[in-house]
Write a protein that binds this ligand. Structure first.
Ligand code: KIV
Length: 283
């Protein structure tokens, strides 16, 4: 059985330059596989909205949906550090709303930490949630909940000025009490700079090779999400083709009466088939 890692373990991993492995999951089976594969951390991201529900973006995702999926992941990965994502509109309006939302997510799902998006502008929220005793992961760079403000799903920090703005955001998130920072879609120089200036672990999703750990969205890396594939994704397999081929095979077997075979069929108790025939014969 794996031993669940803690925030202190992640700090030690950063100090020892041991990369942290991080993946998203949204349901019980995938969480089971992630734990079996020895991932250090699982994010139940609001990307569930796009990967599982087929929404165009993450904005429609509700707290009820996040609770439902985070609970399932917790059951599938009881010994892995699970981060629950705060959906849009659950923390933006006030620090009080943010603390109540974070408490609800943790209380109902038993996740180990929460994640929210934003830099300087959400430091009060991060501080309030941390002060309530809940570990917070920050998230800057390409922040999908505000992608329309950013002009779409675009890489960030590509100019010196915007890289410095990201560094300012990162330092503010750390100062506010976050235990880790997720950095999305920035050049490796920016990932390296931010990781070297922060004492908390900096995890990258499209953040290059100089950060303290890597996150990928499970639907992207397994080839399940077909709408688009960001540049930073490495596809480790093509489950969409594998699943479609298996379903086609099944359909053909059914249509051609090749399924079920004898091995898939229950047997009547000894002698009962003959007895049934005899009983039917009497009628
Ligand atoms: O919801 C999510 O999976 C995320 C990633 C895009 C980082 O926030």
């Amino acid at each position: 059985m794996t031993q669940k890692k803690t925030i202190l373990d992640f700090l030690k991993m950063k100090a020892n330059a041991e990369p942290i492995s991080f993946v998203t999951a949204y349901d019980y089976p995938m969480a089971t596989f992630a734990e079996r594969a020895g991932l250090d951390m699982i994010l139940v991201g609001d990307s569930v909205g796009m990967v599982v529900y087929g929404y165009e973006n993450t904005l429609p995702v509700t707290m009820e949906q996040m609770i439902y999926h985070t609970e399932a992941v917790r059951r599938g990965a009881p010994n892995t550090f699970v981060v629950g994502d705060m959906p849009f509109a659950s923390y933006q309006s006030s620090s009080e709303a943010a603390v109540l939302s974070a408490m609800e997510l943790v209380k109902k799902t038993n996740c180990d930490a929460i994640k929210l998006e934003g830099g300087v502008r959400v430091v009060e929220r991060i501080k309030a949630i941390s002060d309530a005793g809940i570990p917070v992961m920050g998230h800057i760079g390409l922040t999908p909940q505000s992608s329309s403000q950013l002009g779409g799903f675009k890489a960030q920090g590509r100019t010196a000025e915007s890289a410095l703005q990201l560094l300012e955001d990162a330092l503010a998130v750390e100062k506010a009490g976050a235990f880790a920072l997720l950095l999305e879609a920035v050049p490796p120089e920016v990932g390296g700079l931010i990781s070297s200036r922060l004492s908390i672990p900096v995890l990258g999703i499209g953040g290059g090779d100089r950060v303290d750990g890597q996150l990928l969205i499970v639907g992207d890396m397994l080839g399940l999400f077909e709408s688009f594939t960001p540049k930073f994704v490495k596809k480790y397999t093509d489950l969409a083709s594998i699943i479609t081929a298996a379903l086609t095979h099944y359909r053909d077997d059914v249509k051609n009466r090749r399924f079920p075979e004898d091995i898939h069929c229950y047997k009547m108790a000894k002698g009962e088939s003959e007895r049934l025939q005899a009983m039917l014969g009497d009628k």
